[in-house]
Design a binder for this molecule. Structure first.
Ligand SMILES: NC(=O)C[C@H]([NH3+])C(=O)NS(=O)(=O)OC[C@H]1O[C@@H](n2cnc3c(N)ncnc32)[C@H](O)[C@@H]1O
Ligand SMILES: [Mg+2]
Length: 430
């Protein structure tokens, strides 16, 4: 018997095949069973006619519960009405394991209930579609940077210091001292970039942020490229080419999944480099014209980012933020030291900041000045300062938040659906 997957079934039109999966749903009408079968690669309908399979098997299937694991044999039939384009005319069904009464029935469930059952909710067509798009974004990321000569360098998770400020650090015991879960692999990528030229890391990062919003996770995954001899403007060009590429890859490989999510494809088809840029100064003026109570030197909140992004059809770079509200490592603009050569990329449709990046300080004196201004513990940063003593060069990089990018590409209301097992302010289960 030909064993295949639902994803590959088109190759076997008219042939008898065997699938191994789960009974997503069973509907019967008189002498016909309609089985919705899933196998992780997709969903397909199988039709079982009593007169074809006999009373015993027909009645055996009637007893199979939702989400029971089953093997299904049948003849592949093209059917343009079917979402997968094919149906199975079932000849046999074997029960592998009869599922207990499945808690996620077809009716609507509340968010907390679904989150408490995330280990099962993940099986639904919508969650499968999101995970497949996440996978494409990750593969496209690796392809893009590998093709462009970047080396993957893995940053440590246990670190001796902060990168993005001490207010969101997760502290843990480390034998007779303390360690902090990584907020960002950036500082290590700067060391790696001086060794390998163009590098990136991709891993989990942690922020003990007491933010209960639709954009914040406690544990999220970040892609962090770092490039030696790349200055501010070129850093932006790399970001827009990267984002354009990964969105194109989703449009090419995940049309079926985007359809499951009812995503408006025109919103993604317009994502082409170059992206517009607006300075922080101009953004403040824009917000004040819109009646927002904000002044120069304030940081932007989510509503501000939404207003700014609404002025554009593509992601927009906000550049040259005030030095005082940005991270210590960012290079002040030589022409105007009160602002830094940094840019946040704001996604359209209210998704906010998906990328944070900057040119880094390459001058030892300037970095020492900033470390002192920020009262950073010299011993924990000595290795990072050393990078400015031994062949320092202009260098830049950025961090793309994978989950915020998944939320935007999929058109999701909340970031919790973008990661298999979300860690949030009031949730660390399952
Ligand atoms: N290598 C770098 O230059 C990255 C730099 N050290 C950094 O961590 N920048 S960032 O804090 O803006 O975070 C970068 C992105 O990381 C995402 N991010 C940042 N914080 C979160 C939370 N809490 N939840 C989900 N996503 C988050 C968001 O897309 C940000 O734009
Ligand atoms: Mg940021």
């Amino acid at each position: 018997m030909l064993h295949t997957s639902i994803e590959e079934i088109a190759k076997y039109n008219g042939k008898e095949v065997k699938l191994q999966g789960w009974l997503y749903n069973l509907r019967s009408s008189g002498k016909i069973h309609f089985l919705q079968v899933r196998d992780g690669s997709g969903f397909i309908q199988g039709v079982m006619v009593k007169n074809d399979v006999g009373e015993e098997l027909f009645n055996k299937v009637k007893e199979m519960s939702q989400e029971s694991s089953v093997t299904v044999e049948g003849i592949v039939k093209e059917d343009h009405r079917a979402p997968s384009g094919y149906e199975l005319s079932i000849t046999n069904v074997e029960l592998v394991h009869k599922a207990d009464e499945y808690p996620i029935s077809k009716k609507e469930h509340g968010t907390d209930f679904l989150m408490d059952h995330r280990h099962l909710w993940l099986r639904s067509p919508r969650q499968v579609a999101i995970m497949k798009i996440r996978d494409t974004l990750v593969k496209a990321t690796r392809d893009f940077f590998h093709k462009d000569g970047f080396t993957l360098v893995d940053a440590p998770i246990l670190t001796p210091s902060s990168c993005e400020g001490t207010t969101t650090l997760f502290e843990t015991d480390y034998f007779d001292t303390k360690a902090y879960l990584s907020q960002s692999g950036q500082l290590y990528m700067e060391a790696a970039a001086l060794a390998l030229g163009k590098v990136y890391c991709f891993g989990p990062t942690f922020r003990a942020e007491k933010s209960k919003t639709r954009r914040h996770l406690i544990e999220f995954w970040m892609i962090e490229p770092e490039m030696a001899y790349v200055e501010f403007e070129e850093n932006l060009q790399i970001q827009e080419n990267y984002l354009t590429y990964i969105v194109e890859e989703v449009l090419e490989h995940n049309k079926k999944e985007l359809e499951v999510l009812d995503r408006d494809l025109t919103k993604l088809e317009s994502i082409k480099a170059p992206f517009p840029r607006i300075t922080y100064d101009k953004a403040i003026e824009l917000l004040q014209e819109k009646g927002e109570d904000i002044k120069w030197g304030d940081d932007f909140g989510a509503p501000h980012e939404t207003i700014i992004a609404e002025q554009f059809q593509k992601p927009v770079f906000v550049t040259h933020y005030p030095t005082k509200i940005k991270s210590f490592y960012m290079k002040p603009d030589p022409q105007r030291p009160e602002v830094v050569l940094a840019a946040d990329l704001l996604a359209p449709e209210g998704y906010g900041e998906i990328i944070g990046g900057s040119e880094r300080i390459s001058s030892l004196d300037l970095l020492m000045e900033r470390v002192e201004q920020e009262n950073l513990p010299l011993d924990a940063y000595q290795w990072y300062i050393d990078l400015r003593k031994y062949g320092s060069v202009p260098h830049s990089g950025f961090g793309l938040g994978l989950e915020r990018t998944v939320a935007w590409v999929c058109g999701l209301d909340h970031i919790r659906e973008t990661i298999p097992f979300p860690r949030m302010l009031n949730r660390m289960y399952p």
